[in-house]
Ligand binder design. Structure first.
Ligand SMILES: Cc1cc2nc3c(=O)[nH]c(=O)nc-3n(C[C@H](O)[C@H](O)[C@H](O)COP(=O)(O)O)c2cc1C
Length: 165
């Protein structure tokens, strides 16, 4: 099994989750490449079985250039395009498995979810592609991740492979 994990992160929390998910995936014997969306090819290779997308929740959904600017004003490193822009590039191959995670400040519906935002974007141009979503929680607006979230991410990575070896 081969996975591609694309992660956007402004304060490093989503990146830490991505690394833990990748560790879990590798622990179950699968291969995974972790890239920023701006470094990723526009189409997922034929040899990739699982695509995992990760992004922080901004204004209840996927970051935009405007919310990334707000993050920079709060001290984040400036960065390029993210998951939203990568998804706008086109269609996903049918049969590709897709999972999306987010980091967010709260667990309530009111917090929103960039993972659900990604799932909605995917559904628009790829009807019938199911997207498993997952939220990992940070303290405050910049993190750090709450206790246990990195380990939970590693377990989720293992589960993603076990569900579809
Ligand atoms: C501009 C901006 C908007 C945000 N909006 C939300 C939000 O609507 N809901 C939420 O739970 N967290 C919100 N947050 C907190 C982010 O989810 C948090 O910064 C992120 O999980 C940290 O991940 P990162 O280190 O990968 O950037 C917001 C943060 C920023 C900078």
């Amino acid at each position: 099994m081969k996975a591609l994990l694309l992660v956007e992160s402004r304060f490093g929390n989503s990146r830490a989750i991505a690394d833990a998910v990748a560790l879990g995936i590798r622990e179950r014997g699968a291969e995974v490449t972790v890239l920023a969306p701006e470094e990723a090819p526009p189409a997922v290779g034929e040899d990739v079985d699982l695509l995992v997308l990760g992004a922080p929740t901004h204004n209840r959904t996927l970051p935009t250039s405007s919310t990334r600017g707000q993050a920079v004003a709060m001290g984040a490193e400036p960065g390029g395009d993210g998951v939203r822009e990568w998804l706008s590039n086109g269609r996903l191959r049918s049969g590709l498995r897709v999972a999306a995670f987010t980091t967010a400040s709260g667990r309530t519906v009111l917090s929103g979810s960039a993972a659900r935002g990604a799932a909605r974007l995917i559904a628009r141009s790829n009807p019938g592609v199911p997207v498993e979503t997952r939220t990992f929680v940070v303290d405050g607006l910049k993190g750090p991740l709450q206790e246990g979230e990195v380990e939970a991410a590693r377990t989720w990575g293992r589960d993603l492979v076990e569900a579809h070896p």
